[in-house]
Design a protein around this ligand. Structure first.
Ligand SMILES: Nc1ncnc2c1ncn2[C@@H]1O[C@H](COP(=O)(O)OP(=O)(O)OP(=O)(O)O)[C@@H](O)[C@H]1O
Length: 266
């Protein structure tokens, strides 16, 4: 898995909006820039439109209005060049392939060399050592999610989009992944956008947290997380960490209050 020397991309969403057929609005017109090499967390109430935003950035969903440009190009370009990886809540592993087989396929599709040792290292890093030759049906939900994370990382994407990738992962493994993953994508130079329901995880992993309102989503707050790295689970007990987490929680409440308030837009 040779390192991709192309620098990580900058993503510009301009007037990006989504209204589903039938008129359900998921995202109000939104301007957002994701800086090259940064990790950004998107947090917001369930159903507010986080996944919709992420899927439009991935080029998997067509915007109703506005554009997504990744280094000035539409997402499809990066997707075709295998520079973009996504890992979703529901890991879509091929059931007839083992964990290693799923990763090998991703590498082959991305026309990347298949380095068995590097694959095994990645499998071990997500806590699946000993399960490389196991098929998805024999893994727990959390293990499948970790396999999907390993697969997403294997191609060394320039842009990594993670949609609640730790949803089914147990707390201890979650903490371990939250400690290990940022170092990996920092070392490789990756722009990462992460959807999570966990405020602690958002602050732990990110350089910036964007808080979205209830549906149709709009940006309520854009909070920089200037905490030094690497960050460890116990750092979540520091005063600085607590203050940042409180800001995120306050923004979530503000979004809800605005949404439910008498002046809420229809
Ligand atoms: N393919 C689709 N067709 C129609 N409506 C959709 C579609 N996908 C999502 N929606 C609707 O769009 C809204 C936003 O959904 P989305 O999945 O983006 O929310 P989310 O913030 O990611 O939710 P959660 O945190 O619960 O995963 C929801 O009301 C959902 O029902």
């Amino acid at each position: 898995m040779a390192a991709d020397r192309t620098p990580p991309p900058r993503i510009v969403c301009a007037g990006l909006a989504k209204t589903w057929e039938g008129g359900l609005a998921a995202l109000r017109p939104t301007n957002l820039t994701f800086e090259a090499g940064q990790t950004t967390a998107l947090v917001g109430p369930s159903g507010c439109g986080k996944s919709t935003l992420l899927r439009m950035i991935a080029g998997l969903e067509t915007p109703s209005a506005g554009t997504v440009l990744i280094d000035g190009q539409p997402p499809a370009q990066l997707l075709r060049a295998a520079g973009l990886s996504v890992a979703f809540q529901d890991p879509s592993l091929l059931p007839w392939r083992t964990v290693r087989g799923n990763i090998e396929l991703a590498l082959s599709l991305a026309r990347r060399p298949v380095d068995r040792q590097a694959i095994d290292d990645l499998i071990a890093m997500v806590g699946l050592a000993g399960f490389a030759d196991t098929r998805p049906a024999e893994l727990s939900g959390g293990m499948r999610q970790r396999a999907a994370i390993a697969r997403a990382l294997a191609t060394e994407p320039r842009l990594l989009l993670l949609d609640e990738p730790f949803g089914a992962v147990d707390e201890i493994t979650r903490q371990q992944l939250a400690e290990d993953l940022p170092g990996l994508w920092e070392a490789r130079g990756t722009t990462t956008i992460l959807v999570t329901h966990s405020v602690t995880e958002a602050v732990m992993l990110s350089d910036r947290v964007i808080v979205l309102s209830p549906r149709p989503a709009e940006v309520v707050a854009d909070i920089a997380i200037p905490l030094p790295r690497p960050r460890f689970a116990q750092d979540a007990r520091s005063a600085e960490f607590g203050q940042l987490a409180d800001q995120v929680v306050a923004a979530l409440s503000l979004g809800r209050a605005r949404h439910d308030g008498p002046l809420a837009a229809q």
